[in-house]
Write a protein that binds this ligand. Structure first.
Ligand SMILES: [Zn+2]
Length: 335
């Protein structure tokens, strides 16, 4: 029956599990996918607190049992596990170096943990690296060889795909663009140093700056209360962009800082690696055109024409799925 040996048939002969662990460890997702990368089942467990590593892994074990029960695996067995995690990862050694927003993860042998537990190969990597690979295979970056993925969420991650492969650097810190230095005497970063991009342009930093500055501007305070239903502390980046569009002076200043410092960081990266595409992902990127258009203009001003003309700046098409799809993509690598 040689004619039945098609890719489609292959896709039913086994499964992979993709696991997403956020930088704070408080948002986990687990997916069961076929060998085409199609997610068949998924589950999420958002927590209201920052758990330690042992708690996260206990929860993930339950989630894997939920999506990959013997009943769900009846057409094939589990072949691999991929993990995308929001911290510093030594992908070659399979070790989590550290998570800046959580505890209990320093030098954690995560690959070993899953391989022993499930007796299948496991591939782990930083979440932005994984998302970059997923965007190149399934999302906005399809067909591109040299791509920078920028994850603008609670923290800032970056993933670099060069010639179709994740570029890790000498000690797996390549692409850690949240820690690019962009502002002399700038605010303190999650890593403990000052003036880093993440301390200015992450969702958390944007909201903190907006709320901090609004205290001295009664009109902005009133506007914040209006858009948040009197819960200013819950203001979102999208709402801040809306206030800027309405002409709120403080929101305009905050939004302008985003263009300025993200622009500096990206222009410097463009001249170093000459990417064909920069993909903006994470919650801040969901703002869409009001973020992308001014940023494009800014990069045009800052970059050599030969570098800018080769560059597309786009929004992630995988959106909030990018990290989970990244984990699945890791599991399917070279399969
Ligand atoms: Zn930093």
């Amino acid at each position: 029956m040689a004619q039945r040996n098609t890719g489609k048939l292959l896709a039913t002969q086994g499964y992979v599990v993709g696991i997403e662990i956020s930088g704070s460890g408080s948002r986990q997702s687990v997916a069961l996918a076929d060998l085409n990368g199609t997610i068949l089942r998924r589950t999420r467990r958002p927590l209201e607190y920052v758990p330690d590593a042992a708690t996260v892994l206990t929860i993930i074990d339950e989630m894997i049992a939920e999506v990959a029960s013997p009943e769900q695996l009846k057409e094939g067995r589990l072949l691999r596990i991929g993990v995308a995690i929001g911290g510093l990862v030594d992908a070659a050694q399979g070790i989590v170096r550290t998570l800046h927003h959580a505890h209990g993860w320093d030098n954690y042998p995560l690959q070993d943990y899953f391989e022993k537990k499930f007796a299948v190969p496991c591939i782990i990597d930083n979440n932005a690296n994984a998302a970059a690979l997923a965007e190149v295979q399934y999302g906005s970056g399809k067909g591109e060889r040299n791509v920078l993925y920028v994850g603008l969420g609670r923290g800032i991650g970056g993933g670099l795909v060069v010639n179709g492969h994740i570029y890790h650097g000498s000690s797996c810190t390549a692409g850690e663009i949240g820690h690019l230095f962009v502002k002399e005497d700038g605010p303190r970063c999650s890593c403990g140093k000052t003036g880093h991009l993440e301390a200015i342009v992450s969702a958390q930093a944007i909201v903190r700056t907006m709320i901090g500055l609004s205290v001295e501007h009664p009109e902005t305070e009133a506007a914040l209360r209006r858009v948040t239903g009197a819960r200013a502390e819950r203001v979102t980046v999208l709402q801040i962009f809306q206030l800027a569009a309405e002409g709120d002076v403080v929101a305009l200043h905050v939004v302008n800082e985003i263009y300025t410092y993200l622009g500096i960081a990206l222009a410097n990266i463009v001249h170093l690696i000459n990417p064909g595409m920069i993909i903006l992902g994470g919650s801040v990127a969901q703002v869409g055109a009001p973020l992308l258009e001014p940023l494009r203009k800014r990069l045009q001003e800052l970059c050599l024409p030969a570098a800018f003309e080769a560059l597309h700046i786009v929004q992630s098409s995988l959106g909030s799925e990018a990290d989970l799809m990244g984990a699945v993509t890791l599991a399917l690598q070279d399969m």
